[in-house]
Design a protein around this ligand. Structure first.
Ligand SMILES: C[S@@+](CC[C@H](N)C(=O)[O-])C[C@H]1O[C@@H](n2cnc3c(N)ncnc32)[C@H](O)[C@@H]1O
Length: 214
């Protein structure tokens, strides 16, 4: 079993906090759908959306609706409680249109959750990603999009799409116990969120942004 097929434990935990009987979750770019079982086990409903249902490397994709995040016309207005995505937002070519679609399909009081790697994690996973960017224009296109670790950029886009209560979430289970973790969490409590976001991108492993529709 790998993190790819099982999902990240802290993401399961965050989703559990939002899941409750009768709630409807929609995952954008669901891939293999690792988080479905946690959501369903809480009595909530899960809908996996992906732009393709072809196999994902050696893994099978588990997709309920094949659709681009920028066109969710198969989903009714105000019918979803939580829209979430993991390592997807930076891939969306039409981020602003997609955000408006998320806003449209959410019920009033509903939430959108973005989980993504920080710059530190991307550097670890793909040490030569800047060289790739310079060599290959398709990578340039990817990095031209706003990543979740650009908190201010995502904040502005979310406000423009109508979202409010925009927040950066940090879950202590993202990190192993250490003195650095204690200091990091202290900074999360005392610093303004925009300052902390910069620190998080540099030293944190994940960026997690939540926002609400009112
Ligand atoms: C990096 S993978 C992440 C998959 C899964 N969320 C996970 O954590 O394993 C990105 C996923 O987003 C999907 N995707 C890319 N562009 C998309 C779009 N415009 N609309 C919907 N899904 C998209 C891809 O097909 C892929 O399954």
């Amino acid at each position: 079993m790998s993190l790819l097929s099982e999902g990240y434990p802290f993401i399961h935990q965050e989703l559990e906090c939002f899941a409750a009987t009768g709630k409807v979750f929609l995952e954008i770019g669901c891939g293999v759908g690792q988080y479905k079982k946690t959501i369903v086990s809480k009595g909530a409903q899960y809908i996996g959306v992906d732009v393709t249902d072809k196999d994902y490397g050696a893994q099978k994709r588990n997709v309920d609706i094949v659709a681009d995040a920028a066109n969710l016309s198969a989903i009714e207005d105000a019918s979803i409680d939580v829209v979430f995505m993991v390592a997807v937002f930076y891939l969306l070519p039409a981020q602003d249109i997609s955000l408006r679609e998320f806003f449209r399909i959410l019920k009033p009081g509903g939430s959108v959750l973005f989980f993504d790697y920080t710059e530190k994690t991307i550097n670890r996973m793909i040490p030569n990603h800047y060289e790739m960017l310079l060599r290959d224009r398709s990578h340039y296109q990817l990095y031209a999009n706003i990543n979740v670790n650009n908190f201010i950029g995502v904040y502005r886009k979310l406000r423009f799409a109508g979202f409010r209560k925009i927040n950066l979430l940090v879950n202590k289970n993202m990190y192993r116990p250490s003195l650095a973790r204690v200091i990091f969490f202290l900074a999360y409590r005392v610093l303004p969120i925009t300052w902390f976001a910069k620190l998080n991108d540099r030293y944190g492993l994940w960026s997690v942004i939540s926002a609400s529709k009112f």
